[in-house]
Write a new protein. Structure first.
Length: 254
């Protein structure tokens, strides 16, 4: 099966392309540096020729409110139009658990807009809602700095390894479209501040992490369970401690 992975050079995309190829599929990594740009439409028609499935795991280079909205709206529109012309039978997109509860955030308003376009399109679809990636914990600290300290709300979340995200997205891509949302998550729950503190300690990063109930997440106020998946989420295998000691954690630490 020919499967085009938009954002196929990124964290999830590169793992996904490898996994699909290992399973004998013709996986195409589509991104600006492979000549495919979903914002301008460059290279899209050619890349989609003969494709059965398109998986969108791209991300906006800028997370500023208007830039990220423009990215997901324009790229999703271009993609869905090109897919209709090419006769693609399944559009899969990666989004985030709790997206619909996070509309105070400009980033999540953009993901909501992306999902709306997909649901209203003529292409059969599956939207995968993943929880936060272990690989993202340091980045989360970086964007949560107030006067040199990391401020995070002590709410529950259930993060997962990027490798497990790619495995789950790959399975969903080769299955028939669900025309709905599939939630995926890690095997354990943590407090957001607690796990970021552990991640920074493992990286020997001296920044202090403050449990701050008023701190925002990507501009949105969180309550205790905003980031948690529902009971039917498919769970990845990799536990946090295992990931930390594996090469994934060490490479991400570099
Ligand atoms: N971070 C988390 O914890 C988390 C949790 C749940 C869901 N997600 C979702 O997961 C998705 C993927 O995240 P990621 O961390 O794997 O992203 P990433 O590593 O930043 O990769 C982004 C990819 O998008 C590509 N891209 C950028 N602009 C493009 C354009 N104009 N046309 C085509 N491709 C373009 C990039 O290509 P270049 O490298 O060539 O620029 C790259 O391949 C995102 O949609 C995000 O919302 C993230």
């Amino acid at each position: 099966m020919k499967i085009v992975v938009i954002g196929g050079t990124g964290l999830i995309g590169s793992k996904l392309v490898n996994k699909l190829r290992e399973h004998g599929h013709e996986a195409v990594a589509a991104a600006p540096n492979t000549g495919v740009n979903t914002l301008t439409g460059e290279g899209l028609a050619e890349a989609l020729k003969g494709a059965s499935v398109v998986v969108d795991v791209s991300n906006s280079p800028s997370w500023e409110d208007s830039a990220v909205l423009k990215f997901f709206e324009t790229s999703t529109r271009n993609l869905l139009t090109s897919e209709a012309a090419a006769g693609v039978g399944h559009h899969v997109a990666l989004s985030v658990v709790g997206t619909d509860r996070l509309s105070e955030s400009g980033y999540f308003r953009a993901k909501i807009a992306q999902e709306k376009l997909i649901k209203e399109s003529s292409i059969p679809w599956s939207i995968v809602h993943a929880t936060q990636f272990f690989e993202f914990l340091k980045g989360l600290a970086d964007v949560s700095i107030v006067e040199g300290k990391v401020h995070l709300p002590p709410v529950l979340f259930q993060p997962m390894a990027a490798d497990d995200v790619a495995t789950a997205v790959g399975r969903i891509a080769v299955d028939p479209p669900v025309n709905g949302i599939v939630e995926i998550a890690g095997p354990e729950q943590f407090r957001l501040d607690e796990l970021v503190r552990r991640r920074l300690a493992a990286l020997k990063d001296p920044r202090e992490v403050i449990a701050d109930p008023k701190a925002l997440y990507s501009g949105a106020k969180l309550s205790e369970r905003t980031l948690l998946p529902g009971n039917n989420a498919r769970l990845g295998e990799t536990r946090f401690e295992t990931w930390l000691t594996q090469s994934a954690g060490k490479i991400a630490a570099a």
